[in-house]
Design a binder for this molecule. Structure first.
Ligand code: HEM
Length: 452
């Protein structure tokens, strides 16, 4: 076997936190159950010795606040194994450098920009509808996360980069999945140790990341759709050309695109796919979404103010992210000693904020396992204890694109469900695969039907 690039080994390596967590991620269909039980039995701060390293599992919202806000500078970002996905993009940095890189991009995510983006989101949704029209005719089954990933990637390319997707999204999606599925990495390693064959090789993971590295240059080189001036891509190009920010070099620009094409697609796509699953199991919610769309924007394309009026559809997206938070665990490294709830935190400890645990805890939610979008309507949501719901993280490092993703997913769900009835045809309930994101085990298989 040829020498492999180092990144082929990282995510599933024995030293990787994601690998180390795998023994805790057990349970036939929901690997979260062991962590939930641990949090219940041993409390909100659980130090776990894992070989040469300590992982501290936090599940109390007050402690989330301490790590993300009050003492944010003492808990730094942690990207073990994910460097090939993110390069040196801002998501991986801390302190002054992070700020310097984030600042020139921030205006692209101001809510005032959403009205400008909506027509491009709608273009992407229309292309998806053309495909679904054909799928409804042929009756073939499709995997929904792949469907929603390609939609999310199209929305970002059109709205933020002023490009039509210059790459084959299905191929790129599969490459990213090959790399990020930690369980695959683990079984590769274990089977290799046992001298067995394995289906996905480390070379495949390395090749997948080579494909990934080739995507941003394709975006830069593609023809602009409309030569728009106020796009994220233009802001990134301007920052790379600005001598006042020498750290923002050409590689930084390439890596920022990598970051958006992963962080902005994977999470958005998972949310929409899980929302389509949940609504397929709750026809009354689908019907309410359909009616809300009908009365809000009828037969014309929805606008930014229509988005504001789609309160129930938005609540369905919020409830989906409560039940299936795409980022189920926020990861930090302690850079200074600390004491949380009487437990010592040492520099170098991996501190894992168990967001899924808070989202599913009976302490903070009535009937936490039930899909109840209504809990997001009215005053109840405002009275909730802070940091019990953190799909987009918290504090200064919270998601730059969170509000925008709500617009994308609310509009997509509303429009798709008005025309189609996606029928879930996989196992019920679907299994969960806790990789870096919370993904459905084996995907979510659907058949698409036109509504009568
Ligand atoms: C449902 C959709 C989304 C979810 C659930 C989500 C979740 C998150 C979370 C939890 C974080 C913080 C991670 C941490 O603190 O360790 C984050 C950061 C980030 N997200 Fe999102 N995200 C979503 C959509 C998007 C979109 C649409 C974009 C951009 C197009 C985006 C770009 C980013 C970036 C760049 C960061 C890093 C910010 C920084 O470090 O300054 N995300 N996201």
């Amino acid at each position: 076997m040829n020498a492999l690039p180092p990144h082929a080994h990282q995510l599933g390596e024995a030293s990787s936190i994601w690998f180390k967590l795998t023994p805790l991620l057990k349970g036939p269909d929901n690997p979260m159950s062991v962590l939930m039980q641990m949090a219940e039995r041993y409390g909100g701060v659980i130090p776990v010795n894992m070989g040469d390293q300590r992982v501290v599992l936090l599940s109390d919202p007050d402690h989330f606040k301490r790590v993300l806000v009050t003492k944010a500078d003492d808990y730094i970002k942690y990207f073990d194994g994910l460097k090939p996905v993110f390069g040196k993009s801002m998501i991986t940095h801390d302190g002054a450098l992070w700020q310097k890189i984030r600042m020139p991009q921030q205006p692209a995510f101001h809510p005032d920009m959403f009205a400008e983006y909506i027509p491009y989101f709608l273009d992407a949704i229309r292309s998806k509808m053309e495909l679904w029209t054909k799928l409804a005719e042929t009756g073939e089954s499709v995997e929904m996360v792949e469907q929603t990933w390609t939609l999310a990637a199209d929305m970002i390319c059109k709205a933020l980069f002023d490009r039509d997707m210059p790459f084959n999204p299905h191929f790129v999606f599969k490459c990213v999945k090959t790399y990020t599925d930690v369980m695959n990495h683990k079984s590769i390693r274990l089977k290799k140790v046992a001298g067995q064959d394995f289906e996905i090789t480390e070379e495949d993971a390395a090749k997948a990341m080579d494909v990934w590295a080739g995507v941003p240059p394709m975006v830069f080189d593609a023809d602009p759709r409309e030569e728009r001036e106020r796009t994220l891509l233009k802001m990134i190009e301007a920052a790379a050309a600005d001598p006042a920010i020498p750290e923002f070099d050409e590689q930084q620009a390439v890596d920022e695109l990598k970051q958006y094409l992963w962080a902005g697609t994977e999470t958005t796509a998972l949310t929409l796919a899980w929302a389509l699953y949940l609504t397929s199991q709750h026809p009354e919610a689908s019907e309410r979404i359909r009616k809300e769309g009908e009365t809000t924007y009828g037969d014309r394309p929805p606008t930014a103010s229509d988005y504001s009026a789609l309160a129930y559809t938005r609540a369905v997206i919020q409830e989906t992210m409560r039940l299936f938070p795409p980022i189920w665990m926020l990861m930090r490294v302690a850079s200074k000693p600390d004491v949380i709830d009487g437990k010592e935190i040492r520099p170098g400890d991996r501190v894992a904020l168990f967001a899924y645990g808070a989202h599913h805890s009976e302490k903070y939610w009535e009937n936490p396992e039930q899909f109840l979008p209504e809990r997001w309507l009215g005053d109840a949501a405002k009275k909730r204890k802070p940091y019990t719901y953190l799909p987009f993280g918290g504090g200064k490092r919270s998601c730059i694109g969170g509000a925008m993703s709500q617009v994308e997913n609310t509009l997509a769900l509303s429009i798709l469900l008005r025309r189609f009835r996606p029928e879930y045809v996989g196992n019920t309930p679907p299994g969960i695969n806790a990789t870096v994101t919370l993904t459905p085990k084996g995907g979510l298989m659907f058949k698409i039907h036109e509504r009568d």
